[in-house]
Design a protein around this ligand. Structure first.
Ligand SMILES: Nc1ncnc2c1ncn2[C@@H]1O[C@H](COP(=O)(O)OP(=O)(O)OP(=O)(O)O)[C@@H](O)[C@H]1O
Length: 254
């Protein structure tokens, strides 16, 4: 197995609060790895540090062997590490189609001249993006709603659009923060199947899951946080029987 994401001795303190406390864990290439833990255990904070939304107090993050600690979010996304949010980041006033194209990973710092001289190449890139956006909309079941304003979508459709926008980056790894929240049972099946299909096509997943039955079925490996510390890692079945994990979820003091 090859390690794709490596988190080394990561700590994130907010004043006196240790939201992450010396966490070391990894995500293997080709896996669907889950991140679980009681409320406030540091899951979203870990994603925020990995994806560059927060600079850690201490520790390192490596993606495909390269250190990415503290890099800007867009640079990390362009390296192939994308992320969906617990609260959707879609633009409610834009249409479904506009939301997809808005997610196109732009190159920054280019001069007008270099854009002008590469006009042909840019046009063909745009055509590629349009084809990709349409393919993704079919996959997430929104191809019939291209012109719908995102504000009019139901919660499950908005969740799918959020995921679709991140797929525009063609990530090799996708971090999903609670993808099943607000998703009805029919959409939950569609979501699971889509994750499994994308995984078969080579995409690695790191998923925060509150819905334990959903995440137990989907994941091939799990990490468990409590009070910012990693308390267990392993196959879903062994983690489910781990005494420390059961105690953490039942709120029993160790
Ligand atoms: N920007 C911040 N400033 C101060 N405290 C924060 C900040 N972000 C998170 N925290 C605190 O850090 C701790 C971990 O929060 P985090 O959101 O990472 O947990 P979580 O496991 O994702 O929780 P949930 O399951 O409820 O989403 C919490 O006590 C939270 O209040």
């Amino acid at each position: 197995m090859t390690t794709m994401l490596q988190v080394e001795n990561l700590s994130m303190h907010f004043g006196g609060l240790k939201a992450l406390d010396d966490c070391t864990l990894s995500v293997e290439k080709g896996s669907i790895t889950a991140l679980i833990g009681p409320n406030g255990s540091g899951k979203t904070t870990l994603f925020n540090v990995i994806t560059g939304f927060l600079k850690p107090t201490a520790g390192k993050v490596r993606f495909e062997g390269e250190e990415i600690t503290g890099l800007p979010e867009n640079k990390i996304a362009n390296l192939g590490l994308a992320r969906t949010f617990q609260v959707s980041s879609i633009f409610p006033k834009l249409t479904v189609w506009e939301n997809m194209l808005e997610a196109y990973p732009h190159q920054t710092g280019e001069s007008l001249w270099s854009i002008y001289t590469r006009a042909g190449r840019i046009r063909s890139q745009e055509e590629e993006q349009i084809a990709r956006a349409y393919g993704i909309l079919e996959r997430i079941g929104l191809a019939q709603k291209l012109n719908e304003q995102a504000a009019n979508l139901g919660a499950p459709e908005a969740r799918m659009l959020e995921i679709g926008r991140q797929l525009m980056f063609s990530p090799r790894m996708l971090l999903m923060d609670e993808p099943s929240s607000g998703v009805n049972p029919a959409m939950l099946d569609r979501l699971s199947n889509m994750i499994l299909d994308l995984n078969k096509e080579g995409m690695t997943f790191f998923i925060i899951g509150h819905n334990l039955s959903f995440i137990m079925k989907l994941s091939t490996y799990m990490h468990v946080l409590q009070y910012g510390k990693l308390i267990a890692s392993g196959a879903p079945q062994s983690v489910a029987h781990d005494k420390r994990v059961i105690e953490a979820y039942l709120g029993v003091q160790q």
